[in-house]
Design a protein around this ligand. Structure first.
Ligand code: M6R
Length: 364
């Protein structure tokens, strides 16, 4: 049942190219993103005052990527929140707003509660869900199913990848409907998204490098993931994955915030994983890397293969295949998952069933 892989997690990491293809290709019509078959009317969607994206854990991290690309391309304001925070903070949401909830299982209690809350105030609701017929899918006004197939490993991998694929489809179509990108740019981005299964496949070939990096992390007590913009969103997911299955403490930090307190944690040999795929931000991130390096950090840099990195900036570099900058989270996700996976394996942990956790969190 594990298809020759040692763990479900590794199998599911390798299923990502197919999962993305199955999720994305039926929704590209004549080179343009098209969610109308999912019952999504973009002309209506573009007129909502405010978009909320609410979810838990990894699904919330997918929402963070959604926020960046929707705001960047469609120029609509997006608030992302954790379901268990959103529901209790008397949120300002009205019938003029759109609530997007993201959930692999479709059964997460807090996410479900947020969906109900949004419906009560008359907001439009859209669920991005993997499990067909699940509670969240049944109650939302609109559903976009991700087609990852069953995800068995507690640590979510392929579900995250298809959730972000849907965020891209949404952002591209919304941006075009909103007139903030033209047809040519929309087709270009959509074509790149259509190519992502191949790019992800290429990134899976980095597994030996990732396992080597894991061997450098396995004895660490604590580490940091840093990035800016989309790379920060991705760092959050990388960090969660590592904590969840390797039991090594880690934190993700917006690179520019380090010097406001956290940099004091850096001691000789502490690993710092820096994600730097966004050209406009690379210089800034590199200067943050130099700051941690000067304090003794062991730096692992994840960047695309076009970026020139000066001598001595990083101890180890993971080079990603190139794609449109906006889509780089899809290229960086698998290496981050693999680093977590191999670290967990090296520690001899129960990779697919980490302690204290359940696959689906149906309690509040
Ligand atoms: O089923 P859901 O997507 O609603 O689950 C949300 C989180 O519980 C889930 O993503 C969790 O964070 C994962 N175990 C992380 O790998």
């Amino acid at each position: 049942e594990k298809g020759g892989y040692e763990h479900f997690m590794l199998k599911e990491i390798h299923e990502q190219p197919a999962a993305v293809r199955d999720t994305v290709s039926p929704r590209i019509i004549n080179g343009m993103p098209d969610l109308s078959q999912d019952g999504v009317d973009m002309q209506k969607l573009k007129d909502y005052r405010q978009i909320f994206i609410v979810a838990c854990g990894t699904a919330m991290h997918a929402g963070m990527v959604g926020k960046y690309v929707i705001e960047k391309l469609a120029r609509k304001p997006v608030i992302v929140d954790i379901a268990s925070e959103f529901r209790y903070r008397d949120p300002i949401i009205t019938k003029d707003d759109l609530m997007i909830v993201i959930s692999q299982s479709g059964e997460t209690a807090d996410t479900m509660a947020v969906l109900r809350l949004a419906k009560e105030v008359g907001a439009a609701t859209l669920a991005v869900v993997n499990v067909v017929g699940s509670s969240i899918a049944r109650e939302a006004d609109m559903v976009i199913y991700t087609h990852a197939g069953p995800e068995i490993s507690v640590a979510s991998t392929k579900a995250y990848m298809v959730q972000i694929s849907v965020m891209y489809l949404l952002a591209f179509e919304l941006a075009y409907a909103n007139g903030t990108i033209d047809k040519e740019r929309c087709m270009e981005l959509t074509a790149q998204l259509g190519q992502m299964p191949d790019i992800i496949r290429e990134t899976l070939e980095l597994k030996d490098t990732c396992s080597f990096v894991a061997s450098k992390l396995v004895n660490a007590e604590s580490l940091l993931y840093i990035g800016r913009g989309l790379d920060y969103a991705l760092s959050m997911e990388g960090s969660l994955k590592l904590k969840e299955i390797s039991y090594i403490h880690s934190e993700s930090y917006a690179a520019g915030e380090l010097k406001h307190g956290t940099i004091s944690l850096i001691t000789e040999g502490m690993p710092v994983i820096a994600v730097a795929t966004q050209k406009k931000l690379i210089e800034k991130t590199v200067s943050n890397i130099r700051e941690v390096k000067a304090r003794g950090a062991m730096v692992i840099l994840i960047c695309d293969n076009s970026i020139e990195v000066g001598e001595g900036v990083a101890d180890y570099i993971i080079r990603l295949p190139q794609t449109d900058e906006q889509l780089m989270p899809m290229a960086a996700a698998a290496p981050l998952q693999l680093i977590a996976y191999y670290t967990s394996v090296l520690k001899g942990n129960d990779v697919d069933k980490p302690r204290n956790l359940a696959k689906s969190v149906t309690v509040e």
